[in-house]
Design a binder for this molecule. Structure first.
Ligand code: COI
Length: 365
């Protein structure tokens, strides 16, 4: 594992307790906001990043003219820290999130954060909140939510001159209780689009998530916990789920198929699962996936940092072609598929330190 020695240089200089020592119901965490000891905050002013500080209050005083509030100049990240059996704590691939936040930042004209600064900030905020890292064996993780936004005032549409970067941390359990849930039913969305071909779909900007709120709530009301978006230009190709990437598994030909599209968010979990799929002898194809091709998959997976892996049991398309078409349902394995389980178990056991970290994904805190 890559080791980051920050013991002499962390922001607070104080190392508190050990994983799992905060007073929390570790086996029942779910994925909900909870207060922790502190968050990290760093401000960009006069053309440079100032020093980071740990802040105990979860409140922030923001200028009423902040560009994030008016014009959506904001992006975020999600990554996790895991306790291993010996009580040590590791961040999972924080360098990937550092690179991605910088790609998101530049798409909406925000300053980049040096990769080492980002990774050290993750490291320091985990250290300061070490008691909130769920203990090994609980199935949980400390979820880190880095956030970067324009905090200075502008009333004409221009980038801000001031930016705030923060990392809040929240102990979370499995997104779905018990790890791999039974496959869920998804709805293929025709009435809305998530992202335009040359828009901001591949950047993790706040507005992409606002766009999914109505479709998401409507789909849930109809009994579909997850939405699958199509390419906005033609509605013929699979793009991604509400907050997760799409993976189709063809077990006969040992193929792992995922969309290649300029408007899909490059998921760190998808990237990791692709590596694992190759390790187990599968062929990885990143390419266009036509909707009709859904018929050829045995298993379908939605993947992301928060959920890790959500098995999809079926995908329904209601009234395709603007209400005139018949509805159709594509069905996959009724129970968790064999490949889904292998991929999930492998990535979780690397995160938990139970198998050798052959790809150097774990960064020691
Ligand atoms: C994540 O998986 O970390 C995400 O960013 C999705 C979030 C909306 C929960």
């Amino acid at each position: 594992p890559t080791s980051l020695d920050s013991t002499s240089a962390d922001v607070t200089g104080v190392v508190m307790g050990a994983p799992g020592t905060a007073d929390l119901p570790w086996s029942e965490l779910g994925f909900e906001y909870r207060n922790t000891k502190s968050h990290l905050r760093m401000v960009y002013r006069d053309g440079k990043w100032e020093d980071a500080e740990m802040v105990e209050s979860p409140y922030l005083s923001v200028h009423i003219g902040a560009t994030a509030l008016h014009y959506g100049q904001a992006c975020f990240e999600g990554l996790k820290a895991f306790a291993h059996a010996d009580g040590s704590v590791y961040l999972f691939r924080p360098d990937e999130n550092a690179n991605r936040i910088n790609r998101s930042a530049s798409r909406v004209m925000m300053p980049e954060i040096p990769v080492e600064t980002f990774v050290k900030a993750c490291n320091d905020v985990v250290k300061d909140n070490i008691a909130y890292v769920p203990p090994y064996g609980s199935g949980g993780a400390l979820y880190l939510r880095p956030l970067l936004f324009g905090s200075g005032p502008r009333i004409g549409l221009q980038p801000s001159e001031e930016y705030t970067f923060l990392i809040m941390v929240i102990p979370v359990g499995d997104y779905y209780k018990g790890g791999l849930a039974k496959p869920v039913s998804g709805l293929i969305v025709d009435e809305y689009d998530r992202a335009a071909p040359k828009g901001v779909g591949s950047a993790k900007v706040a507005g992409n998530y606002a766009a999914d709120l109505i479709p998401n709530v409507e789909a849930k009301k109809m009994g579909y916990p997850i939405c699958l978006y199509l390419d906005a230009a033609t509605h013929t190709k699979v793009e991604e789920f509400s907050t997760s990437n799409f993976i189709g598994i063809d077990n006969t030909n040992r193929r792992y198929v995922t969309p290649r599209s300029p408007s899909v968010l490059p998921s760190v979990t998808n990237k990791s699962l692709q590596t694992i799929a190759r390790d187990i002898g599968m062929t990885v194809e990143a390419r266009d996936i036509m909707v009709e091709e859904l018929d050829t998959f045995d298993e379908v997976i939605a993947c992301g940092t928060a959920v890790v892996v959500t098995p999809i049991g079926s995908l329904t398309r209601l009234n395709a072609e603007g209400g005139g078409g018949a509805s159709s349902t594509y069905r996959f394995t009724e129970d968790v598929g064999e490949t889904t389980r292998v991929l999930y178990d492998r990535v979780r056991s690397i995160q938990n330190g139970e198998v050798e970290d052959v790809h150097n994904w774990n960064f020691k805190v």
